[in-house]
Design a protein around this ligand. Structure first.
Ligand code: ZN
Length: 473
């Protein structure tokens, strides 16, 4: 199957890669997706890295129900206003109309905080550091596999703290030590970590933090968010605790999540015209071995392949010994599926005591002596990880701009050139003006706002922030 070129039609390229690499497909229920085994294996690898870091930082997993009484959603005004248009509602059950409709969770702050009211009485009950892995539904009219579907998979953390400082520190810690670390170290994708502007905040949040990654088409992808919710949800759900000073107080909250959207980010941050390029730490198969032989050599070659595979220990190896396909067909298929390393093994190689190793990221091919393979393959995988990260970082530098004028800013943003950085006066009017003209939004402001020199690139007033704009998914 020939892929469209990225430079000709990036959306078509994306769609064909998702289909051709057998990651996911549209389901019979409009707007939702079926995740196929290869795509789900990727999600499991992502989950495993995120879950390990969530637990390492002191959190436990819990599970709350899918269905939420509608009245619970109605209690937090900003939250209900933000989510109401996207909520799916169950009105009937067991053949009759329900007395109170149930919503399918679009996120779980409501049910979790209604439950925390029972769990939190004293400062001794705090902090609560909980996370759940779940599916959520947000009704979408225009969907795209992994990037925007009505139902998606994610984790959502919900913590409660005694003080505001503690909750703010938690939201930042999750952003940097869990999300940034996962995306940079497992995905080999560099991210910008920062604050969202008020208009881009999560409904009900006081502050929303996010990591943003640059895709190969110059658009940004929000790869994870972490919210400081203040006392909004505690007040809406009547959660109070007896403080150290003997007074009743409302606890401070955070919530944070990453989703199957990350799979879309992985495809678009590294992929090329041949298909996926998977980072070794997430690849379901890190090495594919393609045996090459004529009939009479089959036994010898397959035996050697088995031996070589066993010698690779913990490396995740796929032996492609399908008889119905030629080696060339297999090469193309595994390149499309992004397997980091391909080993080609034929009788001549075996006689010479070597195999041919092809790396997907650079396309380089080299002969590796059989005796050094058990150490050469892990070294090669580590080098591929570094080189993927480096090349994504270089791409981002080449696609980050600092325009000198408003005309230059809107030109860069209208053509979807990448990240565009400039001074901002902090006014929603300037933010809206850029959005109206170019559809681009401020993706992040620096995590720690520093004294800003210079002027707003939109209106010329003194700047108070350094904003990063981009078109986004
Ligand atoms: Zn301005």
């Amino acid at each position: 199957m020939a892929l469209p070129k990225q430079s000709d039609d990036f959306p078509a390229w994306y769609q064909q890669v998702v289909k051709g690499a057998e990651l996911a497909e549209n389901s019979l229920a409009r707007g939702s997706m079926v995740i196929r085994p290869y795509g789900y294996a990727l999600w499991e690898a992502i989950q495993s890295g995120v879950d390990r870091r969530i637990k390492r930082t002191g959190h436990s997993n819990v599970y709350f129900p899918l269905l939420i009484p509608q009245s619970l959603l109605d209690k937090e005004a900003d939250h209900v206003e933000g989510f109401a248009p996207q909520v799916a509602v169950v009105t009937h059950g067991g053949g009759s109309k329900l007395e109170e409709p149930l919503i399918i969770r679009p996120t779980s702050e409501t049910i979790i905080w209604a439950t925390y009211a029972k769990w939190i009485q004293s400062y001794r009950d705090l902090p609560l550091l909980y996370n759940q892995w779940a599916n959520v539904v947000r009704w979408e009219m225009r969907t795209r596999l992994f990037l925007r579907t009505s139902e998606f998979l994610w984790q959502e953390g919900h913590t409660a703290h005694e003080t505001a400082d503690e909750a703010i520190a938690e939201a930042r810690m999750i952003l940097l030590d869990v999300y940034r670390e996962t995306v940079e170290e497992d995905f080999a994708i560099p991210v910008l970590a920062g604050r969202k502007t008020e208009s881009e905040r999560f409904p009900g949040a006081i502050e929303t933090l996010a990591i943003e990654a640059l895709m190969r088409d110059g658009k940004a992808l929000q790869a994870g968010t972490s919210h400081y919710l203040g006392q909004n949800f505690a007040k809406a759900y009547g959660v109070q605790f007896l403080g150290r000073d003997g007074q009743q107080d409302f606890p401070y909250a955070t919530s944070w999540g990453v989703s199957t959207r990350l799979v879309g980010g992985l495809i678009m941050a590294h992929g090329d015209d041949k298909g996926l390029k998977l980072p070794p730490r997430l690849a379901p198969f890190q090495v594919v071995i393609v045996p090459i032989y004529r009939d009479e050599q089959k036994g010898t070659v397959l035996e050697a392949v088995k031996r070589i595979s066993d010698s690779l220990g913990d490396v995740r190896v796929k032996i492609d010994d399908r008889e119905e396909h030629r080696p060339g067909y297999k090469f193309n298929e595994w390149e499309l599926k992004g397997v980091p390393v391909r080993l080609e093994i034929g009788p001549r190689d075996l006689e010479a005591g070597q195999v041919m190793a092809y790396r997907r990221d650079t396309g380089e091919k080299s002969a590796v002596p059989l005796t050094s393979l058990p150490s050469a393959v892990p070294d090669l995988l580590a080098d591929i990880h570094r080189s993927l990260f480096q090349s994504a970082l270089e791409f981002r530098s080449e696609h980050t701009f600092a325009p000198g004028s408003y005309a230059e800013l809107t030109d860069l943003l209208s053509s979807g050139s990448g990240f565009v950085q400039g001074g901002w006066c902090g006014s929603p009017e300037c933010e809206d003006k850029v959005k109206d003209q170019t559809k681009a939004t401020i993706r992040v402001l620096p995590l720690d706002s520093e004294a800003q020199e210079g002027h707003c690139v939109v209106c010329g007033s003194p700047a108070i922030e350094l904003a990063t704009w981009a078109q986004s998914y």
